[in-house]
Write a protein that binds this ligand. Structure first.
Ligand code: ADP
Length: 488
C-alpha cells in the first residue's frame, strides 16, 4: 500500500453523500498472495445505509437537472482520472484480488472504457420518439431515468463490474448505491474518491461496504425508495435476491453464473484453439464467469489438443500478481482452494483421469508456503453426469469431454441450466452458422476467446440471468418508457 503514489486513493469506509463515513466495527481485507490483512475497513451500519439511499434519492433531481452535456463531461472527467491513476488503481486491485498486475491494469482501462462509452450515450436520451398516430392524436415516447439504482458486485472484477453498472445508470440520469464485494472493496473505494475529483455531485454515486452481505442486500433490494436492483454474482444468491425484489416489484438485472462450453472440431486451427483455451481458462486464474468451463473436443483430435495444452500450461508462471513475470496469481481465498480440491477428488472418484498436475496441490506445499496458490490441473474422460461438468468451476482446472459429431457437441453444450457464453473453434462457415443458432447462450466467440467489448451486449440466457450490460443495451436497463398522447 505504501507504493500507491496517490495516497488519497486509499479509503477504508463507506462513501455516502460525498462523505467518508466511519463506524466502530471493522472487517479485514486480505492479500491473497500473502494471506496478510492489508486494511481494516469500517462496516456500514443500518443508519448509514438509510442515509445512502436517501441521499441517492435526493440527488436524483440535482443530477437530472444538469444538462446532458454536463453529465457527459463529468463522466468523461471521471474516466480520464481513472486512466491517470491506472497504475495505482491496478496495484490496489492486485493487492486485494490477486490477479497479475498487467491484467489488473487491463481491467482498469476496460472499466474506464465503459465510463467513456456511457459519457457519449447521454446525448439525445431526453429526445422523444414519435409513434404512428391514431387520428386526432399525437403520440410520443420518452425515456425516463428509472430512479435510485442499487447494486451488488463480486470480487473477480472489483472495478469493471462496479463501473459497468454505475456508469450506465448515471448516464441514464439515475443515482447509485452499490455494495462491492467485502473481499475487494479497496479499488472500488478509490473509484469513489476519483468521482469527487471529477465533480460528480454528492449523492449520485454511493458505495456501502460491509461484510454482512445478507443484511445489506435485504435493504438494497427492498427499500421503498429503490427503483431498480442490479446484481452480478452466483446464480444461487441471484435467485434469493430476485425473490427479495419481487415484493416491491423492483426492476432487476441479473448477471449470474456461467458454464461455458469450449468446442473444438477436427477442422479447427489447433494452435489457435489451444492458445484460446489457455487465455480463456487461466485469465484471472479461471475466476471469471465467461471462463471456458467445459472443454468439448472432437474425439479424433483430443490427444493432440490435450498434449499441446499441457505443454503450454506447464509454461505458466505462478506467483504474486505484483511480480510482472506471474501469469497466474493466487485464488481469492482458502475456500476457493478447498472447492478446487473437492471438485478434483470427486471427479477422480467418478472415473476422471488426471493428465496434468499432481493429485495434491503441490503449488501450496513447495514454491510458496503462504498465499492461496493452486496448481493448474487437466482432467480427461469427463462425462456429462459428473459434478464437474455441471458446476461452475471458477478456478484453473481444465475439464475435457469428447464428442463424435455436431449433434452430440450441441447436445452436450446445451446440457446445463446456465447459458452465459461459449466458444467454438472450426474453419467451416456452414457449421458456424448452424451451431451459433442452436447454442443456448448469450455470447459466442468463434475462433476467439476474448468476448469483452464495452459496446456489445454482455449477459446470458437460462439461469445465467436477465438483462444486458454494455452499449445502448446496458443503458436501456436504467430507463423506463413513458408514452405521452396529446389530443390534437
Ligand atoms: P461469488 O461466489 O462470486 O462470491 P456471490 O454471489 O456469493 O458470488 O457474491 C457476489 C456478491 O454478492 C458479493 O458482493 C457478496 O458479498 C454478495 N452476497 C453474497 N451473499 C449475499 C446475500 N445473501 N445477500 C446479498 N448479497 C450477497
Amino acid at each position: 500500500m505504501q507504493n500507491i503514489s496517490n495516497q488519497s486513493l486509499i479509503k477504508k469506509s463507506s462513501f455516502i453523500n460525498g462523505q467518508w463515513l466511519s463506524s466502530e466495527q471493522t472487517f479485514d481485507v486480505f492479500n491473497p498472495a500473502t494471506e496478510e490483512s492489508i486494511a481494516s475497513v469500517c462496516e456500514v451500519d443500518s443508519f448509514q445505509l438509510e442515509q445512502a439511499i436517501t441521499s441517492a434519492f435526493n440527488a436524483l433531481t440535482i443530477w437530472q437537472d444538469l444538462s446532458e452535456a454536463t453529465r457527459a463531461e463529468k463522466l468523461n472527467c471521471w474516466q480520464n482520472l481513472m486512466r491517470e491513476y491506472a497504475d495505482d488503481l491496478a496495484r490496489l486491485l492486485t493487492l486485494e484480488q490477486g490477479k497479475p498486475i498487467e491484467e489488473a491494469k487491463g481491467e482498469i482501462l476496460h472499466a474506464a472504457n465503459y465510463v467513456k462509452l456511457y459519457s457519449k450515450h447521454t446525448e439525445g436520451l431526453n429526445k422523444p420518439s414519435k409513434v404512428d398516430a391514431v387520428s386526432g392524436q399525437n403520440g410520443q415516447v420518452f425515456r425516463r431515468p428509472i430512479g435510485v439504482v442499487t447494486a451488488i458486485t463480486p470480487w473477480n472484477f472489483p472495478c469493471a463490474m462496479v463501473l459497468r453498472k454505475a456508469a450506465a445508470a448515471m448516464a441514464a440520469g439515475c443515482t447509485v448505491v452499490l455494495k462491492p464485494s467485502e473481499l475487494t472493496p479497496l479499488s472500488a473505494l478509490a473509484l469513489a474518491q476519483l468521482s469527487i475529483d471529477a465533480g460528480i455531485p454528492a449523492g449520485v454515486f454511493n458505495l456501502v461496504v460491509g461484510s454482512n452481505a445478507q443484511a445489506i442486500g435485504e435493504i438494497l433490494t427492498q427499500h421503498p425508495k429503490v427503483a431498480k436492483f442490479s446484481f452480478t454474482g452466483s446464480t444461487k444468491i441471484g435467485k434469493k435476491l430476485l425473490q427479495q425484489c419481487a415484493s416491491g416489484v423492483k426492476r432487476t438485472s441479473m448477471e449470474l453464473g456461467g458454464n461455458a462450453p469450449f468446442i473444438v472440431f477436427e477442422d479447427a486451427d489447433l494452435e489457435q484453439a489451444v492458445d484460446g483455451a489457455i487465455a480463456s481458462k487461466f485469465r484471472n486464474g479461471g475466476q471469471t464467469c465467461v471462463t471456458a468451463n467445459r472443454f468439448l473436443i472432437h474425439e479424433n483430435i483430443v490427444q493432440e489438443f490435450t498434449s499441446r495444452l499441457i505443454t503450454k500450461t506447464k509454461n505458466l508462471n505462478i506467483g504474486d500478481g505484483l511480480d510482472a513475470s506471474s501469469d497466474l496469481g493466487p485464488l481469492i481465498n482458502s475456500a476457493a482452494i478447498n472447492k478446487m480440491d473437492q471438485l478434483i477428488d470427486r471427479a477422480l472418484a467418478d472415473g476422471a483421469e488426471l493428465v496434468h498436475g499432481g493429485k495434491q496441490n503441490t503449488q501450496k506445499e513447495s514454491a510458496q508456503k503462504k498465499g492461496f496458490y493452486f496448481q493448474p490441473r487437466v482432467l480427461q474422460n469427463i462425462t456429462s453426469e459428473m459434478e464437474i461438468f455441471n458446476k461452475e468451476i471458477f478456478g484453473p482446472i481444465v475439464s475435457i469431454t469428447t464428442f463424435e459429431n455436431e449433434l452430440e457437441a450441441i447436445q452436450l453444450a446445451n446440457q446445463t441450466e446456465l447459458g452465459l457464453c461459449g466458444y467454438l473453434y472450426t474453419e467451416d462457415p456452414q457449421r458456424i452458422a448452424t451451431i451459433a443458432a442452436k447454442l443456448q447462450i448469450g455470447m459466442l466467440g468463434i475462433n476467439e476467446s476474448r468476448l469483452s467489448n464495452p459496446a456489445a451486449p454482455f449477459g446470458g440466457v437460462k439461469q445465467s440471468g436477465m438483462g444486458r450490460e454494455g452499449g445502448h443495451y446496458g443503458i436501456d436497463e436504467y430507463l423506463d418508457y413513458q408514452y405521452v398522447c396529446v389530443k390534437e
